[in-house]
Ligand binder design. Sequence first.
Ligand code: PMP
Length: 306
Amino acid sequence: MSSYVYYQGQVVDEKEVSISIRCKAFNYGLGCFEGIRAYWDDEEKELYVFRMREHYERLLNSCKSLYINIPYTVDELCEATIELLKKNNFKTTVYIRPVAFKGSQALYPSLYDDDNRILIYCQPLGKLVEKDDFKVKVTSWRRIEDNAIPARTKPTGGYLNSALASLEVLQDGYDEAIFLTEAGNVCEGPGENIFVYKNSKLLTPPANDNILEGITRDTVIKLARDMGIEVEERSIARSELYSADELFFCGTAMEVAPISYVDKRKIGDGEFKVCKAIKKAFFGLATGKNDKYSEFCTPVYEKVEV
Ligand code: PMP
């Protein structure tokens, strides 16, 4: 079966796209990307793209910081994504990966060149990891500082930092890593934000602790407040993880996932009540069943305009 991708303004057969081994994006990681989900609702036979505008707004902000000048607007990228999903005729939950990058073959790792490219590919994706809860370890690698590689830009090269942390903890027998910042505050996972629930309050690290300002994180904050839970964005110390009543990750690929152990310490009573309630509300919202946030879900097959 053919797979269609979007490349430089057009939906084309994936086989027609190739990138040189000399490409700067491949050699130096000069690019940025997004990860978006579209949720399939089997009852309504509809595919809903989740917070697509916000993802493309973040991508264009990343492009601006990294000098990757993409001549498309958020609206145009949303329209292209709908066209691409329709062309692939997905009837299942899908992960969408837009990548903006430097396509030049020039040897020097400079962002100061005009060969800016964009592609989007997608693939079916159910649960990212077949686990009900995660045993995690605080990695010895520190999160990249904003003044080294701007974490807020979802830079392709920055994911070497994530990959090193994941490698370390997987080799040690854990499921996932938690980063601290250079200053020693809790930061995030390699590809997801983190929440602490303690004394009936939800805490999450603030934007200036070098996190990626996750779109799922923002959704969780909104849903928790709607449920009457107080949410505070503030720096979190490592030892606060150990004494939490609950801990959970959230992100586009990971969705909402409870953490059962940190550094071999059991978290709370292992019931994950708050996390489970938020997770349920999240899936309802993502499949268009929460009227308050209906604009977060773009239907693919019913409506062409976005
Ligand atoms: N932090 C990092 C480092 C990530 O890669 C991601 C995934 N995009 C997140 C957090 C979660 O962000 P979002 O909810 O927007 O997917």
